[in-house]
Design a protein around this ligand. Structure first.
Ligand code: ADP
Length: 510
């Protein structure tokens, strides 16, 4: 049987999946690694450990399936966005992998935001101003660790590093370049002004290539270890966020990909590099004529976890003793309360927020509490509040990319029928849960198959992605949600002026 392998370099694990050419997963290897947090706000990974995870993952899926190198048509890569590794002239890492989750560039991002040309920069690069971006990270490093930058010969991302080790060529795809903040998505080339701010030159960056670029050959030593052939084509692929849209079959016009895992996101594919004029959405390259526009959200399922642990600790304990999943128990409790939680609203900003408000000081709140409300109302309001916030991101997307027509939804939330239906009812759109959970790895494989001429168009993904659940919006709930959503949105604006003060108090500032 002919196969393809997708490798997704994630923040805390690398997932390697062997697929048949119809998109069925035949073997999977998920290798975890630590996220280092030696100091506050740090979030780093070890590049060597990630490289080893790739080599091990490749050999594991081949061994599990008993597939021979000759049957593997190609290996395609996906990676988390915004990672930075500094290399010396001998390509040796001078740093670990500084990930998107690393917040040490917060002051640099603020400095960037204050620049008179900041918004023009966002319009050219498609990257919202945030400490996640490599541009902010380099500005921070330039000020905080100039001695390190003096030794730096190359500034690369994790995928560039892994592929350099595996194939001996230092290249970066347009998609991950697009997430750096120093790449112009209109010209598909580096942005001189952004690079000057970062203190780097084009000679320090990998060679730019399209996302369907095929690397020359695998280093024979690693080919032997993994069980691949040196001649197995390696396709560079793209970023995890953009490939996830492809892997869940959300690439047709107006088809939203909504994710609610620990965090969340709403994304749609457009055929032009459209950038949100307010700079609140990202625009990232996927493939020729396909860009992904969307918003990342901090407060997804992690908020439900907080509700479980802080408001329902006794129930959690009981559920665990009875071998019931506490989340399942909690959604059953929430289901007893009507849509709209009898007018209890919840803003889910427990971890600050990126889209739609981009405010690290944002804080959560319940609003509308009465003596009638119970903890059951609170859990329902929390689940609804997470979805209202994603709806607010959708409104921004609609403003630049047009009305959504349908939703492909993924993430841990999809285990709950109540939460899935809530998404359909609040968005008033059909919600489909794709069958495949390895969406970024599958997206990489689809991109790879097109690069190798195995399929004519990325649209072939439609036949590869099945559905486990489909939810139609329930008209009976529209009244409550249509009344409450505008109040929720107005409230979010009303309280925003107080976030900085309450966050300062919480930090112990006078
Ligand atoms: P990650 O984004 O870290 O990969 P997941 O996609 O697994 O995480 O999502 C984890 C989240 O999914 C949890 O925080 C929780 O909110 C939600 N979740 C997990 N199981 C259930 C369930 N049975 N019902 C509802 N939500 C769930």
């Amino acid at each position: 049987m002919e196969t393809m392998i997708g490798v997704d370099l994630g923040t805390t694990s690398t997932e390697t999946v062997l697929f048949d050419l119809q998109g069925h997963a035949l073997a999977t290897a998920n290798i975890d690694y630590p996220l280092y947090q030696d100091e506050p706000e740090m979030a780093e990974e070890d590049p060597e450990v990630i490289f080893e995870a790739v080599v091990t993952g490749l050999s594991q899926v081949l061994r599990q399936n008993g597939a021979s190198a000759a049957t593997v048509k190609g290996v395609a890569f996906s990676a988390a966005m915004h990672s930075v590794i500094l290399l010396d002239a001998q390509y040796q890492p001078l740093t670990r992998v500084i990930t998107w989750a690393d917040n040490r560039a917060a002051a640099a991002a603020e400095q960037l935001r204050q620049l008179p040309n900041a918004q023009a920069l966002v319009q050219r690069t498609g990257v919202p101003i945030h400490p996640m971006s490599p541009l902010a990270k380099l500005m921070w490093l330039k000020a905080a660790k100039p001695e390190l930058l003096a030794k730096t010969q190359y500034v690369v991302g994790i995928k560039d590093y892994v592929l350099w080790r595996l194939c001996g060529e230092l290249v970066q795809d347009y998609s991950l370049a697009n997430a750096t903040g120093w790449f112009n998505l209109h010209t598909l080339d580096w942005d001189p002004e952004a690079m000057a701010l970062a203190g780097i030159t084009p000679a320090q960056l990998p060679r730019l290539v399209d996302t369907n670029y095929i690397l020359p050959r695998i280093d024979p030593a690693f080919a032997t270890v993994t069980g691949l052939s040196p001649e197995t084509p390696v396709i560079i692929g793209a970023s995890d966020g953009t490939l996830s849209n492809l892997g869940v079959n959300a690439i047709a016009p107006g088809v939203l990909a909504v994710t609610i895992g620990t965090s969340g996101a709403v994304r749609v594919v457009v055929d032009q590099p459209i950038v949100d004029p307010n700079g609140k959405l990202f625009t990232y390259y996927l493939a020729p004529g396909r860009w992904v526009i969307g918003g990342p959200v901090n407060n997804g399922g992690i908020v439900f976890r907080w509700v479980r642990d802080q408001l329902f600790a006794p129930e959690k304990l009981t559920a665990e003793q009875l071998h019931i999943d506490p989340y399942t128990l909690l959604t059953e409790i929430a289901a007893k309360v009507p849509a709209g939680a009898d007018g209890l609203l919840f803003h889910p900003y427990l971890g600050g927020e990126r889209a739609p408000i981009w405010n690290a000081d944002a804080r959560g709140s319940f609003f509308g509490l009465t003596r009638r409300h119970t903890r059951a109302h609170m859990v329902r309001a929390a689940l609804e509040g997470i979805v209202y916030n994603l709806y607010a991101v959708m409104l921004l997307i609609q403003g630049v990319a047009g009305e959504p027509v349908a939703i492909q939804a993924t993430g841990g939330f999809a285990q709950s029928a109540l939460w899935r239906q809530m998404l359909a009812d609040i968005f008033e759109r059909e919600v489909t849960i794709p069958a495949s959970y390895e969406s970024s790895a599958l997206g990489a494989v689809v991109l790879g198959m097109q690069a190798l001429g195995l399929i004519d168009s990325l649209d072939a993904v439609a036949e590869m992605v099945g559905a486990t659940n489909v939810h139609e919006p329930n008209k009976a709930t529209f009244g409550a949600y249509r009344t409450l959503l505008p109040i929720w949105i107005r409230l979010a604006r009303e309280v925003a002026g107080e976030y900085a003060a309450i966050a300062a108090f919480q930090r112990g500032e006078k």
